[in-house]
Every structure is written in structure tokens, then in C-alpha cells.
Design a protein around this ligand. Structure first.
Ligand code: SF4
Length: 781
């Protein structure tokens, strides 16, 4: 843990700098860009029945959108307001009233709706039950609901019980309680949403640097020599990050983006809270390196090869030898490894020439500081952990670790997700993210006072697969208990997911709203439990941001869903139903008691117990992890790792496809049109020359297919790397294979090879309509 403390927000330099302007036309007239004022009006209209509560949430609560992190309207990076459209879009989840009970009478009618339409129905009002063959949900009491769940838990092997927690505003208190109760109930089958976003970041950073989180702060972006985004569209997914980028540009920072698609949002952005930028826009990226999908490892091996070549010609010209000799292991093995690759192989895999790699390598070699940021473009691969370790390799070779304006940062998309693993809500860890070793198990058995299972629990993908095991298999998941989430729209192969959900005997959805997965049958029963939002929970709650700030969000006065309960309370009551005699071991009477316990269970969270008032925050680990190069590994040194080029499994004539986000918050879609490129959700982003080779014109029907699925859409020309296409997530998830995971982190593979055809030549659909008709935002599928 670092000794230096974060020094709080700095003032933004608001002087004009025309050289950064994106357009001389005011307000981006005629440009494709988000319309922030129109969006704000729309949000105000949506929340018109609860405007004062909405205002209090925005001004008093900790944002439940992305994990950039903000309390009220102020963050720890820049003074001045912090607000974005993503936060405004999710606001309605908090202010909506309970749904009209008439909807609960007709499941078939509900099944005709998509998730955006379902969430507009409003909040889940009370506990509900539905058995196979029933077309309606039946209201049941909390006592009845928890008794039925408890009876089922008692009737099955604990290995057949699985918990999952998404990050929809979920607090550290909820993750911690769920972690503890799952182990109390005898299962290690507990996982969380970070499994499908940043789990490789944690596994890679642990093995490379001994840390499981960002090593630096957003403040380090401002004034660093170079800010590199790998596979990240922070401007879209963490919108206020553009303000930090603006500040960085003003301070002379160069911004580089490594991505197959020249993302318009990273190229230029009109930042609404900065008058100069709102008027003329801001050029963000100084350069784009358009790698192949999956080509990052080769690109980074090429960069390192150039550095070693530079060193041979001119020692000290590329590598920080002082840092390497004092703080790392493995330099010789790494050098031998990267030097073995031919430029031909590196070029083929990365899609970039040696000349381009040389440009990037030289830029970094001439930089005295750098911050490396990444997102799903690096992590959502079956080699996601290797991707991230390559970034750590680059950072260590340049000594960009553990000091001001330097670091590695997995930028997170969900407000609670950083804390989920730190609270132990995963199958291979305990609170603190420590591994499930005998020593650690014994430590927690002593602290908690009950036995913890020794067997390895399953990651979320395996939980779903295990629902389909034979009846008598000891690992067949019979009870799947989900706190939020919609696997139908987040996991690969939705048809398989549907079967897996149907194969559960009892499925519990603890949530605030309905989504499409809530409506799937189970063999015996589906029970729905109404949860409170983070702003409703008595005693408030905390969430941890990407930069490790633990923010306290106080309970906010406002309307309540009468029967909704704090999620931590539901877990405690369930444990008491299953085992009343021992229930005192997992009992919490209030949120403060949980924070008090977290402070002891997770030593680096010491301080959480003092967070009591609006705006309270502390950063665990200090300003920089690995400060002065000292890593929390066994020998205090970082590990340079030799990473093999991945086999890309792309047969001749096929394309590689990846998924991208439009106007959405994670899987929640807020518009059928992407505000940055005007693409429709069923558009396929393809390079014009690739399309010409297939005889496809813009806007023509196009079919993307492989052994896993068929995606029918419309060609949209875009500046993607040739040979690579992009489809929207989750619409394109049917093209993705199930059961392919990163070996270390268990994240599913979200990229695959596909064939692309002109719609009219695709035989299987010859007589069908290919192009999805434009539909209203309310009802579009
Ligand atoms: S950038 Fe993220 S943390 Fe900030 S307001 Fe938007 S959603 Fe919330």
C-alpha cells in the first residue's frame, strides 16, 4: 500500500485553446454527436412524477452508473460539476413507482416486451411466485417466499446452490453479506458481474504486479506525457472521463487509442460542462492504432521487440533499467521471448506494420510518464489475462508504475463492481480478494465462527452449464439465486442461456425491476424478491470506484416501494430461515455493523467504518499502489511475463467480429441509435472496402453467420480495421460460442470468426426479410 495520500480535486484550466477545437461551427452543428440538452429534457420528463427525489439523488447520492465515481455532483479529480447522460438515464430506475399489478396477471403479454419496455413498467412491488404452466405471478408474503427458498436449500447439496450478484447499484455491504451468507449456507458457488467484464484485469494484475485494482488515480491522467486507451471507449462508457481527458490535453498530454474501430467518441467530444468544449468540441485522440481484434498481444510484443532493438543500438534509450533491476523479475526471459517473433508474424497477428509499432514504441520511449487504461476490448477474450499482462509488461519496462502521472488502470463500467471481488463475492476468493487457501479459510472460520467449504466453487458460466448436468450429479445447479442481472442479454449464446435458466428447479430473482430473464420458466418455481435501491437502504451503503475511492451514499428521503427490502437484509433473513439456531453468526442489524466488520475482515478497507455522512470518502491503498516500484508480491517485485501470440482461429475468407456498446448502460439500451455514429442496433460496422469485396452497398441487408448463430442486419460503413466487423452488444451475442473461457479469469470469449454475406445471397433466409424495420424506442426488440 502506498504512503502518499490523494490530495483531492484540482481546478480545471478553463482558458480557451482553439488548437484543441473539434469544429469551428458552434455546438457541433451538422455533426453526429449526442444531444445532451435534449437528453436532459427527456430525463426530466421521465422523472416528472418524482422530480424532487430525482434531484436529491443527483445532488446527495453516489452515482449508481459507471465506476468513475462521484458523490452528489462532485468528484475527487476536478472541482466543478460532474454529471453525465448515463447517470441521468439510470435515474428512472430509482424514481419509478411500483408496477401496475395488472401486468402480473399475464406473463404471455410480458413476454412480448423487451427489457427496455419491461423496465418502464416500474418497480417490483412485492414478493412473487410463478410455477410452471402458470400465466401469472402470484403475490406471496416475505415469510412464505423465504420459507420456500430455505426449504429448497435444505433439500439439496450445497454444491447445487449458486449465487450471482450483478452490480446494479449494489453496495459493498450487500456483496460482503452475500459472501458470508453463501459460505454459511455451505457453498462457494458465488460469483459477480465482474466475471464478464474485468476479471482478467484482476488475474493479470495480481500475477504481474500483485495488485487487483488500478494502481493510480484519474488525476494522474492530467499532465502525464502519454495516456493510452486499449480497447476502451471511455468517452461513451464513462462520459465524464472526457473532462479529465480535456484537462490532460490542456496540460500537454498525448492521447493514444489502440482499437480496431476508430471510435468517433474518442476522436472528438463536445463536453457539456465545459463551455469551450460544449461550443466547439474537443479533439481527444492524437493517434489511433487500429489493431486486429485480438491483435493487441502481437502489437505489444512488437513494441517491446523494438525497445530491445533500440537498447542494443543505444543502451538506456527505451527501457528504464533502474526500475527493471530494482523492481522486476524476468527481463531476460521476456527479451528472449519477444525477439523470437518475426515481423511478419507480429504484423499478421496485430494488423499493424513495424513502422507503426516503431512510432508507438518511440513515443513511449521518449515519454517520462504514462498511464495505460483498458476496458472490454482487452478483457473479453479467451486470452484476456494475457492481454492485460502485456500492458503491465509495457508499464514496467518504462517504469510507469507507482509514481505521479504513471500507472495501469482497468476502467470499470459498473458503480459497484470494483468492490464485489474485494468483498469476496466470487468462487475462488474470500473477503479482501484473498485466495481460498487452507490458511485463509481457517482465518475466516475463526473470524466468522462457522465452517467454510473447501471445494472450488464455480464461475458464472459454469454455474449455467451445471444447471444442465444429469439429475443425480452432485454439482447440478438446482437453485440459482440472482441479485439482479440478465444472463439472456449478457452471456454468449442466449438460446443456451434460456435452456440453462429453464433447467433450474428454483430460480430466485432479487431485483428492482423485471427483465426478460425474470419471465423464463423454472422446473418448480420462480420467486421474485423486491429489492431496495442503494438510495433507499437504511443506514446507507458504500461503493468503490475504479480509482479505489470508497464512497458513502447516505439513505435519501423519498418515496419507497412498500415491501422492498435492503438486499443485505434479505440475505440475513434467508440464512435465519435455513438455520435459525446458528443465524446469530451472520446476523447484522444495520448497515453500520456490516461496515464495522468489513473494516476488520478486509484490512485495507480499514476506514470504511468511519463513513457515515453524505460525501464521506476514502481511498484504499493510497494514491499509488506499488509506490516507488515496490509491489505487494512475495518478493516485492513485479513479474515481466513472456506472452505467446494467441491462435486467432480465423479461417480464410472469414471476418473477426467483436461487440460494442451504443447508447446504453451495460446491457440496458437507451436508444436504438448510437449517438456517435448514427448506427442502428442491428447495423453491422464494416469497412467500405471489405463490403465492396462482397458486393455489399451501405444500408444493404447483410447476414453475419457462423456455427453458433445468424445475425441479420444492415451494412454500415465505418472506419474499422479491415477484416474486422462490429455488432452491438447484446444483440450480436448469438454469434458467440458458449463454454469458451479465459483460463485464468473465466471470462467468456466475446469475439469470434464469422462469415459475412450479402443478404440476398444467404440461402437459408432467401425468402425472409433481412433488414429490421425501424421501431420506436419503447417497443424495439
Ligand atoms: S461518468 Fe460515470 S460516475 Fe460519472 S456521472 Fe456518469 S455514470 Fe456516474
Amino acid at each position: 500500500m502506498g504512503k502518499t495520500k490523494h490530495t483531492g480535486p484540482v481546478k480545471l484550466d478553463q482558458s480557451l485553446k482553439p488548437s484543441l477545437w473539434a469544429s469551428m461551427l458552434p455546438m457541433g452543428l451538422g455533426k453526429v454527436k449526442p444531444h445532451h440538452i435534449r437528453d436532459m429534457m427527456k430525463v426530466a420528463y421521465e422523472n416528472r412524477d418524482n422530480l424532487s427525489y430525482a434531484y436529491r439523488i443527483l445532488t446527495q447520492g453516489v452515482c449508481d452508473g459507471c465506476a468513475l465515481g462521484v458523490s452528489g455532483l462532485h468528484d475527487q479529480t476536478l472541482t466543478g460539476p460532474h454529471l453525465c447522460a448515463s447517470r441521468l438515464n439510470v435515474l428512472r430506475l430509482n424514481t419509478a413507482p411500483a408496477m401496475d399489478p395488472k401486468w402480473l396477471e399475464d406473463v404471455e403479454a410480458l413476454r412480448k416486451m423487451d427489457s427496455p419496455a419491461l423496465r418502464k413498467l416500474g418497480r417490483i412491488p412485492y414478493p412473487l411466485s410463478r410455477k410452471p404452466g402458470e400465466n401469472k405471478f402470484t403475490r406471496i408474503s416475505w415469510d412464505e417466499a423465504l420459507t420456500r427458498i430455505a426449504n429448497k436449500i435444505k433439500s439439496i447439496d450445497p454444491k447445487q446452490l449458486a449465487f450471482f450478484l450483478t452490480s446494479r447499484g449494489i453496495t459493498n455491504e450487500v456483496y460482503y453479506t452475500a459472501t458470508k451468507v453463501a459460505r454459511f449456507l455451505g457453498t462457494n458457488n458465488i460469483d459477480n458481474a465482474s466475471r464478464i467484464c474485468h476479471s482478467p484485469s484482476k488475474s493479470a494484475l495480481k500475477r504481474s504486479l500483485g495488485i487487483g485494482a488500478s494502481s493510480c488515480n484519474y488525476k494522474d491522467w492530467i499532465g502525464t506525457d502519454v495516456l493510452v486507451f486499449f480497447g476502451s471507449v471511455a468517452a461513451n462508457n464513462q462520459p465524464v472521463s472526457t473532462k479529465y481527458m480535456y484537462a490532460a490535453k490542456k496540460a500537454g498530454t498525448k492521447i493514444i487509442v489502440i482499437n480496431p474501430y476508430r471510435e468517433p467518441a474518442m476522436e472528438k467530444y463536445w463536453i457539456p460542462s465545459i463551455p469551450e468544449s460544449a461550443m466547439f468540441g474537443t479533439k481527444l485522440a492524437d493517434d489511433f492504432y487500429q489493431v486486429h481484434i485480438g491483435g493487441d498481444i502481437a502489437f505489444m510484443n512488437g513494441v517491446m521487440k523494438i525497445w530491445f532493438e533500440m537498447e542494443e543500438a543505444n543502451p538506456g534509450s527505451a527501457i528504464d533499467h533502474d526500475f527493471i533491476s530494482k523492481h522486476t523479475n524476468g527481463i531476460e526471459e521476456l527479451k528472449k521471448h519477444v525477439m523470437k517473433y518475426s515481423w511478419e508474424d507480429l504484423g499478421k497477428s496485430s494488423g499493424l506494420t513495424r513502422a507503426r509499432m516503431l512510432e508507438f514504441a518511440t513515443l513511449l520511449a521518449n515519454s517520462k510518464s504514462g498511464v495505460f487504461i483498458w476496458s472490454m476490448g482487452l478483457t473479453q477474450h479467451r486470452f484476456g489475462t494475457d492481454n492485460v499482462s502485456q500492458v503491465a509488461n509495457l508499464a514496467m519496462l518504462r517504469g510507469f508504475i507507482g509514481r505521479k502521472n504513471c500507472g495501469v488502470m482497468p476502467i470499470r463500467g459498473h458503480s459497484g463492481v470494483q468492490g464485489s471481488g474485494e468483498m469476496g463475492a466470487e468462487p475462488m476468493s474470500l473477503p479482501g480478494g484473498i485466495p481460498l487457501t487452507e490458511e485463509n479459510i481457517q482465518h475466516f472460520e475463526k473470524y466468522w465462527g462457522f465452517p467454510i467449504p473447501r471445494w472450488q466453487g464455480d464461475i458464472v458460466g459454469m454455474m449455467l452449464e451445471n444447471t444442465l448436468l444429469p439429475e443425480d450429479h452432485e454439482r447440478k445447479v438446482k437453485l440459482l439465486y440472482m441479485s439482479g442481472g440478465n444472463f439472456l442479454e449478457t452471456m454468449p449464446d442466449p438460446d443456451f442461456v434460456q435452456k440453462a435458466l429453464e433447467a433450474t428447479e428454483l430460480r430466485v430473482h432479487q431485483d428492482i425491476i423485471f427483465n426478460t430473464s425474470t419471465l423464463v420458466d423454472a422446473k418448480e418455481e420462480v420467486i421474485i424478491l423486491p429489492a431496495m435501491t442503494r438510495y433507499e437502504q437504511p443506514g446507507g451503503g458504500t461503493s468503490t470506484s475504479t480509482e479505489r475511492m470508497v464512497y458513502f451514499s447516505a439513505e435519501i428521503e423519498g418515496p419507497r416501494i412498500e415491501e422492498a427490502k435492503a438486499e443485505w437484509q434479505i440475505y440475513v433473513e434467508l440464512a435465519a430461515k435455513v438455520d435459525p439456531k446458528r443465524s446469530h453468526l451472520v446476523r447484522f442489524d444495520n448497515a453500520q455493523q456490516i461496515r464495522d466488520e468489513i473494516a476488520v475482515a478486509v484490512p485495507y478497507y480499514d476506514g470504511i467504518q468511519h463513513l457515515k455522512n453524505r460525501g464521506d470518502v476514502f481511498q484504499w491503498g493510497g494514491a499509488w499502489l506499488c509506490e516507488d516500484g515496490v509491489c505487494p508480491t512475495e518478493d516485492g517485485r513485479g513479474n515481466l511475463l513472456a506472452i505467446e501470440l494467441p491462435e486467432l482461429r480465423k479461417p480464410q475468407g472469414s471476418f473477426y467480429v467483436t461487440t460494442r456498446r451504443g447508447k446504453q448502460f451495460n446491457s440496458m439500451v437507451y436508444s436504438q441509435t448510437d449517438p456517435f455514429n448514427n448506427a442502428d442496433r442491428y447495423d453491422v460496422l464494416i469497412h467500405q472496402d471489405d463490403a465492396a469485396g462482397l458486393g455489399i452497398q451501405e444500408d444493404e441487408a447483410i447476414v453475419v453467420h457462423n456455427a453458433h448463430g445468424v445475425f441479420k442486419g444492415r451494412a454500415k460503413f465505418a472506419d474499422t480495421k479491415r477484416g474486422n466487423i462490429e455488432v452491438y452488444w447484446p444483440e450480436g451475442n448469438n454469434l458467440l460460442p458458449k463454454g469458451v473461457y479465459d483460463a485464468y479469469a473465466g471470462i467468456p470469449e466475446y469475439n469470434t470468426a464469422v462469415l459475412v454475406e450479402k443478404g440476398e445471397s444467404y440461402y437459408a433466409c432467401k425468402d425472409n426479410e433481412y433488414v429490421i424495420e425501424e421501431e420506436s424506442e419503447d417497443t424495439a426488440v
